[in-house]
Ligand binder design. Structure first.
Ligand SMILES: Nc1ncnc2c1ncn2[C@@H]1O[C@H](COP(=O)(O)OP(=O)(O)OP(=O)(O)O)[C@@H](O)[C@H]1O
Ligand SMILES: [Mg+2]
Length: 289
């Protein structure tokens, strides 16, 4: 059976872009034709919402509590998203009440359900068992970081957990600078951000991506409205192109293929949207008769 490549997207500090990066990288890979599963490990369930998951009764807390066995969890806990080939195991506030029984249950579920790529969006905070379980289940670790002093402290802490606590090689760590002040020409605007990027590269010379994710006001609205930067705002979103750049930096995909595939999907999406609007407008005058 093929094995999924599993990424935990983690950082103790909240609001650094874990969910934003998980969602956009996963979506770009799915649009390129890979099968992708996102696992939401955070009771805020921002990832599940952002992917437009229509929740049923079951979420990841049923797997962790043992109420549903890992061997049958795929029948209940894997949901469609607004993107074909992209699936999600959602989370809810129930996770706060779970009595965790078997720490290997997530790894067992992942092993039994192969996808090309699996992303686990970790919760902020420290000492959460579901985050420890996610890190144990992962092959690689994506650590989004803001260019601020506290992020450096957070990075040191999580890298120590990964390398000392879990005994993983430093090669498995990918650090992605997020929310960077970038000019329209693509260069970093402020000296402070330039200095931080330089310092990051000195500290972790093999782990910081060349791709930086710029500040993009639109990202927040896109997640809240459950829209896609690739399908709905590709031309106007600054960050969309940088997410794709990140995807070709990290994954074995050719740049030209990605653009071609995304443009095709975008055309399909636009004609489906136009068709829906046409029928909606056509049907509206009759409503209520
Ligand atoms: N590059 C960016 N430009 C502008 N806004 C951004 C960027 N990245 C993230 N954001 C916004 O910052 C906020 C936090 O991002 P996100 O939810 O991805 O962080 P997080 O690390 O998952 O947070 P939490 O730890 O609470 O789960 C969101 O409102 C998001 O839209
Ligand atoms: Mg989040």
């Amino acid at each position: 059976m093929k094995k999924s490549t599993v990424f935990a997207v983690a950082m103790k500090k909240g609001g650094v872009g874990k969910t934003t990066i998980t969602l956009n990288v996963a979506e770009a890979l799915a649009l390129c034709g890979f099968s992708v599963l996102c696992i939401d490990n955070d009771e805020q369930h921002n990832l599940s919402n952002g992917l437009g998951v229509k929740m049923g009764a079951v979420d990841i807390s049923y797997l962790y509590s043992g109420e549903i066995l890992y061997s049958s969890f795929h029948n209940y806990g894997i949901y469609d998203t607004r993107v074909p080939d992209l699936y999600c195991v959602p989370c809810s506030s129930k996770i706060g009440d779970v009595k965790f029984k078997d720490r290997s249950v997530l790894s067992s579920f992942i092993k039994a359900n192969p996808f090309d790529y699996i992303f686990i969006d970790c919760a902020p905070g420290s000492g959460l068992i579901q985050n420890e379980i996610a890190l144990e289940a992962a092959d690689f670790f994506i650590l989004p970081t803001l260019l601020k002093q506290f992020s450096f402290t957070g990075l040191n802490e999580i890298i120590t957990i990964i390398t000392n606590g879990l005994n993983r090689a430093m090669d498995s760590v990918v650090i992605v600078p997020n929310d960077v002040d970038v000019s329209f020409q693509g260069s970093i605007k402020t000296n402070k951000h330039k200095e931080f990027i330089k310092a990051l590269n000195v500290m972790y010379p093999k782990n910081v991506t060349d791709t930086i994710i710029p500040h993009d006001e639109m990202l927040d609205d896109m997640i809240t409205e459950g829209k896609s930067v690739f399908l709905d705002r590709f031309k106007s979103s600054r960050a969309a192109k940088y997410f794709l750049q990140l995807v070709f930096e990290l994954f074995p995909i050719k740049e030209a293929d990605v653009y071609e595939k995304i443009m095709d999907k975008r055309a399909e999406h636009r004609s489906a949207k136009a068709r829906d609007n046409y029928f909606k407008n056509k049907l509206q005058p009759d409503q209520g008769k």
